[in-house]
Design a binder for this molecule. Structure first.
Ligand code: MLC
Ligand code: AMP
Length: 508
């Protein structure tokens, strides 16, 4: 029987077929070919094996974006390891939790952060370094490991942490089958081919940048302009030499603010994709009016990869909708309480079933069980309805979550950090509209002593060691008490209404 075609095997096949083709086009004109990447993958694989990585072992990475970071991902899959990418913005306290919880065999960090992590090294954990200019201990050896671990579809390939509405972050375990099937469905749906040149300006530690964008390039033999971060001017400059852009809504808001965005600047582009957060219908319409391109919006999440997409062809790309289920995936809207499917048009809980849906939360069987229905559908926590054309519209979230610039912030985590301050009795953290990030974090704080006035700067400095920068409140409001319902539950909807115009209103 042929081995299961993992992302690694599909990449290796492309590398054998087109060794001299550039895979990464880097700022400054340097490129890295498929052959060079395949060699780096084998070198890193040798290092991982020497470090004791065996099938099933976790390999954690917190490094800046580089071609070698992608090679580390592929090498981990090659040796049967489980890849655990971590946001570079995470603080020491956040990293401590992930490392303790996941128990990786190897932790790869940026050379300049080695001192922060060296103490973690022991008989069970090796700390390696990887820089952005081909430096770092991970690349020290010249030896190559060519043997490929024959993974099965159900074997774990990656763990991605997603915070919880209660308690600590959960590691979503994604299998080789999850990654490969979702990638194939997207390649087919978006007609992605070896002729594509993708503008890759997303981070590579989340589903969007890694399992959507990078996987599609790696498995089709395409090329990518590989940028360390999103910059509207740089992206506009690359568009005449590119075919596809994948981004979060903030990318499009920022592009719309640039005069250079014209039909001519998009002449060679065939597809603009948006996801990870809601794209304003008005931005969709403005973009089409300016460029002639209807942005294709799709919907996904860490636990499921991509679920739905607007059509590439054969139907309109409707603003404010996320389209229909991808091939092989089923999506339904049900009554959250009973689990019974609702008629089209009614708002309910969005649930998903298919080969894209993760295998469970790392070492949390009860939590996993509680988020699946008996018939195997996963409860996403999003609320939506199916419209008259059969398209899914996301209308809200059942989970208490803020999405800022495509990054998830769980209010609970921020509230816990604030509540630990001696001058704070309690706090409620909400998301309010923001012109750049879509939504941003606002903290409403009750002082420990009536009439007290905890300083905003003091509170922010206090939470900084605990929380990555993108989770920090962008405004703090001190109130006498929080609005509560008869059950005593904080009415966040009321707070959201009260502070709705903080960043977008007339006085913003
Ligand atoms: C950066 N900052 C943010 C932020 N990104 N703050 C809140 N939310 C964010 N998303 C901070 C910086 O630390 C900085 O802090 C300040 O804001 C301004 O930074 P910037 O230079 O303007 O930010 P920039 O680097 O341009 O980043 C903005 C961004 C980036 C939107 C381009 O955050 C981004 O690439 N987001 C995409 C995240 C992503 O990949 N999501 C997909 C998850 S997968 P200071 O200290 O200077 O004030 C998923 C599933 C799915 O959701 O469906 O895809
Ligand atoms: P994450 O856990 O980071 O993967 O974030 C997943 C969440 O992002 C989903 O559960 C949705 O709430 C949200 N999301 C992703 N894509 C979209 C979209 N196109 N429109 C609205 N929300 C989205």
């Amino acid at each position: 029987m042929a081995p299961f075609p993992t992302i690694h095997l599909s990449f290796a096949e492309q590398a054998a077929r087109r060794p001299d083709k550039p895979l990464f086009e880097l700022p400054g004109g340097r490129s890295v070919t498929y052959r060079e990447t395949a060699r780096t993958v084998r070198r890193i694989a040798a290092r991982l094996v020497a470090d004791g990585v065996r099938p099933g072992d976790r390999v954690a990475m917190q490094v800046e974006k580089s071609p070698e970071a992608i090679a580390l991902y592929l090498a981990t899959l090659q040796v049967g390891g489980v890849f655990l990418p971590l946001n570079t913005a995470y603080t020491g306290a956040e990293m401590e939790y992930f490392v303790q919880d996941a128990g990786p065999r190897v932790l790869v960090v940026a050379p300049e952060r080695l001192a922060d992590h060296a103490h973690r090294a022991d008989a069970r954990l090796t700390v390696e370094t990887l820089g952005t200019s081909g430096d770092g201990s991970l690349l020290d050896g010249e030896g190559e490991h060519a043997q490929v671990h024959a993974a099965e579809a159900g074997d774990p390939a990656a763990i991605l942490y997603t915070s919880g509405t209660t308690g600590r972050s959960k590691g979503a375990v994604l299998s080789h089958g999850n990654l490969a099937s979702n990638c194939a469905a997207l390649v087919e749906s978006w007609r992605f081919t070896e002729d594509d040149r993708l503008i890759h300006a997303l981070p590579v530690f989340h589903v969007h940048g890694l399992f959507v964008a990078a996987n599609m390039v790696l498995t089709t033999g395409a090329s990518m302009h590989y940028l360390t971060k999103f910059d509207a001017g740089t992206v506009l400059g690359l568009m005449p030499r590119s075919t596809v852009l994948m981004g979060v809504p903030t990318f499009y808001t920022r592009l719309l603010a640039a005069e250079e965005l014209t039909p001519a600047s998009c002449a060679s582009m065939r597809l603009f994709v948006s996801g990870s957060a809601p794209l304003l219908a008005s931005d969709h319409e403005a973009f089409e009016a300016r460029t002639g391109h209807a942005i294709l919006e799709r919907y996904g999440m860490t636990e499921t990869g991509m679920n739905t997409t607007n059509p590439y062809e054969g139907g309109p790309r409707k603003p404010g909708t996320v389209g229909k289920a991808l091939p092989g995936t089923r999506v339904r809207v049900v009554d959250a309480g009973t689990g019974k499917p609702l008629p089209d048009g009614e708002v309910g809980s969005i649930e998903v079933h298919g080969p894209n849906v993760f295998t469970g939360y790392w070492q949390m069987p009860e939590k996993t069980a509680s988020e699946f229905r008996e018939d195997g559908f996963f409860i996403t926590g999003d609320l939506g309805r199916i419209d008259e054309d059969g398209y899914l519209r996301i209308v809200g979230r059942g989970k208490d979550l803020v999405i800022s610039g495509g990054l998830n912030v769980y209010p609970k985590e921020v509230e816990e950090a604030l509540d630990a301050h001696p001058e704070v009795l309690e706090s409620a953290v909400i998301g309010v509209p923001h012109p750049d990030f879509g939504e941003t974090v606002v903290a409403v704080v009750v002082p420990a002593v009536a009439g007290g006035r905890p300083e905003e700067s003091e509170l922010l400095a206090f939470v900084a060691p605990a929380l990555a920068r993108f989770k920090h409140p962008r405004a703090v409001r001190v109130v006498e008490s929080l609005p509560r319902n008869v059950m005593g539950k904080v009415q966040k909807a009321e707070l959201r209404k009260r502070y709705d115009g903080l960043f977008t209103g007339p006085d913003a």
